[in-house]
Design a protein around this ligand. Structure first.
Ligand code: PBG
Length: 323
């Protein structure tokens, strides 16, 4: 076996998988303040951007070859309500950001998150009635939210709320609004994970959620067959691509989804995965850049077509250097 490994040229010829910037989606946080960058303490290297700063940063990312950005708003606590009404304000932060970014960077993809958690005082992704997150009443809001985001400039909306039937509902709403070219990326197999902690810090929803959790709608980390049923339903309802989330602890799910359905499969290297790499690197315990690239390559090997990673810009710079 070592004959094929002995020389760099030979290793490169027998390489099975390669990570390129064509595979990367960069999730960013935007806030409504004037301060250009507000660092996220639990995610070293990640900041919440003002809209102006986001425009600059996205242009730079495009220059490095990154093709798409996923947007997450940091909603001012004064705008949060029990029913998340701000989600349906056409002038809300995410809509204003989409308008600016899509005009400034017409070749970049903008993926908007469809869910209510940035807007609710309880931090749940759906409407809460008598202590329960209710499904169908939430769908009615998600439909409108997706249409607003698409009208503001999102070319791919990504329902991340894990309500049942949301993909069909959103697809239907987009079509009715003459937005049939807008694609739907389903967070199809999204687990109730402890790896989302730093994200909830970044968008400020951790305090809202308090001791609550999302186990009545996000998946049980113990389950794998169930992920295939989720993906099958989302595809039937019209998803253009499906996602597995988190990433590294769920590589087996990525592989099963890809092998079963042969459809565009995205994976999300979530905030906790990113934070763990950065924390160990800061201690000098691992080489953070090398581990980042290895983790991203592992997603490709597991069958992913695209990866959402907070390290997208860093990875793009490293890939440019290694060419
Ligand atoms: C919520 C949402 C979450 C993430 C993306 N969209 C958190 C959650 O479900 O609580 C997590 C992303 C990450 O941890 O990087 N709709």
């Amino acid at each position: 076996m070592r004959r094929n490994r002995q020389l760099p040229w030979l290793r490169s010829l027998v390489t099975e998988h390669r990570l390129t910037t064509d595979d990367l989606v960069w999730p960013i946080f935007v806030h409504d303040g004037t301060e250009a960058d507000v660092p996220v303490a639990s995610m070293p290297g990640v900041s919440r951007f003002s809209i102006d700063r986001a425009v600059e940063a996205v242009k730079e990312a495009g220059g490095l070859g990154i093709r798409a950005v996923a947007l997450f708003p940091v909603t001012d606590p004064s705008k949060k309500t029990p029913d998340g009404d701000e989600a349906l304000n056409p002038q809300n932060l995410v809509c204003r950001t989409l308008e600016r970014l899509s005009r400034a960077c017409p070749d970049m993809g903008f993926i908007a998150d469809v869910a209510l958690d940035p807007y609710t005082t309880h931090g749940q992704d759906g409407l809460l009635r008598e202590g329960r997150v209710v499904n169908d009443e939430t769908l009615a809001i998600l439909r409108k939210q997706a249409v607003l985001q698409a009208q503001a400039g999102s070319t791919m909306v990504a329902p991340s709320d894990m309500m049942d039937g949301r993909i069909g509902a959103v697809r239907d709403a987009l079509d009715e609004a003459q937005l049939s070219d807008v694609a739907v990326l389903a967070y199809a197999a999204k687990y109730a994970s402890a790896y989302y902690g730093p994200f909830r810090d970044a968008v400020g929803s951790k305090g809202n959620l308090g001791k609550g959790d999302k186990r009545t709608y996000q998946m049980d980390p113990a389950n794998s067959d169930e992920a295939l049923r989720e993906v099958a339903l989302d595809l039937e309802e019209g998803a253009d691509a499906v996602m597995v989330k988190p990433g590294q602890p769920y590589l087996d799910i990525v592989r099963r989804v890809k092998d079963t359905f042969h459809v565009p499969t995205f994976v999300y290297q979530v905030s906790g995965e990113y934070a763990m790499i950065q924390a160990a690197a800061a201690q000098g315990w691992i080489d953070g850049d090398a581990v980042l690239l290895e983790a991203l390559l592992a997603f490709k090997r597991a069958g992913a077509d695209a990866v959402l990673t907070y390290g997208a810009v860093r990875a793009a710079k490293l890939l440019a250097k290694s060419r």
